[in-house]
Every structure is written in C-alpha cells, then in structure tokens.
Design a protein around this ligand. Structure first.
Ligand code: ATP
Length: 320
C-alpha cells in the first residue's frame, strides 16, 4: 500500500464527485463493508485504496483481487485456500487471500463475476467472519474488511438469479457510486489539462495546446473508458504533439468516429410531415418501461432522464 495520500490523487472539480469523496472519507473510518459502483476507469480501485487508508487498518495488508480472472474452482481456492490434495494439482497447503488480508482489507474487484457457490461462501464469511478452506474441516476466523466493486447492475443480475440477492443487500449497506466522466462535463477539460501538464513535466516535454474545436469534440465524446481513457489520450498527445497545436484531425480516429456515431444515434430525423411530439414521448416512455419489465430507475436511464423527471413525465401522460 502506498504511503502518500490517495484522496489527493483523486482529482475532480465536479460538485457531485466532491460529495462522493466526502462520503468516502466518512465511510472509510467506519470500517464498514462497502460496495463501489461505477463504469470501467472511473476510479473504483483508487477509492478502495482511499477507504483502506482512511481506516484504522491502514498499516495492515490491502489485497486486491479481480474476480473476473478466476475460473469457478480457482476462485474458491484462491479466496479461501486449500489443503494439499484437496483437488488435482493442489500440491501444497495454500492459506488463501482472505487469510492473507487478516487485520486488513480485501478488495474484490468485478464481484459480479463470482459464481453462485463462491458468493454463498462469501456471504457466510461476511455474516460470521468464518470460513473453511477446501479439503479442510477446521473453521477459520479472520478479521477482514471486504470492499467490493463492480461495473455491472447487480440488482439486474439478482433479478436474473445470477447474483445472490442476500449478498447484494449485505454488500450494498454502504454503496458508493462513482459517476461516469460524461456526467461530469466540467471535469473533462480540466482533467485533460491537468494530465497534459503533469505528464509533460514527467517526460520533460513542452505541453501541446488544444484548439477550441478539438476540446469541443472531447467534450462530446462519451468516454466509455472514463478517466483511464482520458489519461491515455493525454499521454498520447504529450508524446506525439509536444510543443504543437492539436486540432480535431490530430485526435485519434477511433475517438472522432465514436463522437460521430454517438451523435448520429442521438439525432432523430424529423419525418417530412412532422410528428406528434407528445405521442412520440408517451410511446417512448411506455417502451422503456416495457423493456425494463417495469423497473422505473432503469427505464429512466434508458431515456437519459433522472428518476424524478421520468416519474413526472409518467404522471403527465397518466402512464401507470
Ligand atoms: N479522479 C481521478 N483523478 C486522477 N486519476 C484518476 C482518477 N480516477 C481514476 N484515475 C486513474 O485512472 C486509472 C483507472 O482508475 P481505476 O483503476 O481506479 O479505475 P477502476 O474503476 O477501478 O477501473 P476498472 O473497473 O477498469 O478496474 C488509474 O490510472 C487511476 O489512477
């Protein structure tokens, strides 16, 4: 675990993200089980490190596991350990990552990828602090804080019975939701400049300068890779265009076409004879509800509306 202050490395100017970081500070000190939600590259791992650093476990181990890298049988033995001979290939006893994190924090990244049997074992551990290694009849007890993260909609996975609902409720006692970069418009320009500045200094290069048009394209980009994507772009511009002006044509082709295709899906063409806007709106509201099986939060997201605005519009059209 790094000694420097992790919270200071989580840069933002967005009031929403700043309030998330304030709750990170509060939750950190409690030592509670925490679920971090957010798209890829939004800083989930940084926040997990900050949660550990802000707790009284800071001098104990912080262990990160990416659950997506395990096969089902490997996940159980990696997390909970095994005795020699417990399965073919188990040539020596292995204590497992939960034991290795004793006194500290275990960060389970991509928790949505864990298989149902391993989820059951994890739930039991969260409830009792106890577990058994594979091939071992002894019950072991350790003191480990679990922080989990996912980019998946766990409630939808629970509805499809691919994630245990009881584990979901146990984990999301204190959820921390990291907003995607495209929802923090003010951060895009500011973070890009900050990354360009620090990376230019690190490489000993003169920072490139972006034209207003190039910045405009970047503001409209949907940033599916979030801060990781933004940082990588900054590094590329610093290396390839040090001391030069960067215009739209100097931006990566993939990025320019992503902006174009995002804009074309956003644009509806108006039919020759016009439309009945209210009929279209009420139809889209109904379709969103039908597609999500009546789940209003997810239906609102499909239409890029807040839940409140969505509910308001349902009422306006008397849709149940
Ligand atoms: N707010 C931020 N300020 C500065 N750097 C950030 C910020 N958020 C993320 N980063 C950097 O972006 C990269 C991705 O962050 P991180 O690994 O924490 O994301 P993640 O949500 O865990 O991603 P994944 O889901 O893909 O594992 C890292 O290099 C991290 O240091």
């Amino acid at each position: 675990m790094r000694e420097d202050n992790i919270l200071e490395q989580i840069w933002t100017q967005s009031p929403i993200f700043e309030s998330v970081l304030r709750s990170v500070q509060i939750v950190a000190a409690t030592g509670a089980t925490t679920l971090i939600l957010g798209e890829s590259g939004t800083g989930k791992e940084l926040v997990a490190q900050a949660l550990h650093q802000g707790s009284d476990r800071r001098h104990a181990p912080f262990i990160t596991v990416n659950c997506a890298t395990f096969t089902e049988s490997l996940a159980e033995s990696q997390l909970f350990g095994h005795k020699r001979g417990a399965f073919t290939g188990a040539q020596a006893d292995y204590a497992g990552l939960i034991r290795a994190a004793d006194g500290g924090t275990l960060f389970l990244d991509e928790i949505g990828e864990l298989s149902l049997p391993v989820q059951a074992k994890l739930l039991r551990f969260l409830e009792t602090g106890e577990f058994m290694s594979l091939g071992d009849s002894r019950v072991q007890r350790v003191d480990v804080r679990i922080i989990a993260a996912t980019h998946r909609d766990l409630s939808a996975l629970a509805e499809q019975e691919r994630f245990r609902a009881d584990l979901y409720y146990r984990l999301q006692v204190v959820p921390i939701e990291l907003p995607p970069l495209r929802a923090r418009q003010g951060d895009i320009d500011w973070l890009l400049s900050r990354f360009i500045e620090t990376l230019s200094a690190r490489y000993g290069l003169v920072p490139p300068r972006l034209t207003a048009n190039a910045r405009g394209v970047l503001r409209r980009h949907p940033w599916p890779g979030n801060i990781r994507e933004l940082r990588n772009l900054a590094e590329r511009l610093v290396i390839l265009h040090a001391g030069k002006v960067v215009d739209v044509e100097n931006l990566p082709f993939a990025l320019r076409s992503a902006v174009e295709s995002a804009e074309s899906t956003r644009r509806f063409s108006l039919p020759e004879n016009g439309v009945d806007l209210e009929a279209v709106e009420s139809d889209l509201l109904r379709q969103a509800l039908a597609r999500t099986g009546g789940n209003k939060s997810r239906a609102a997201r499909l239409l890029s509306l807040s839940r409140d605005t969505f509910l308001y519009r349902l009422k306006k059209f008397s849709i149940q």
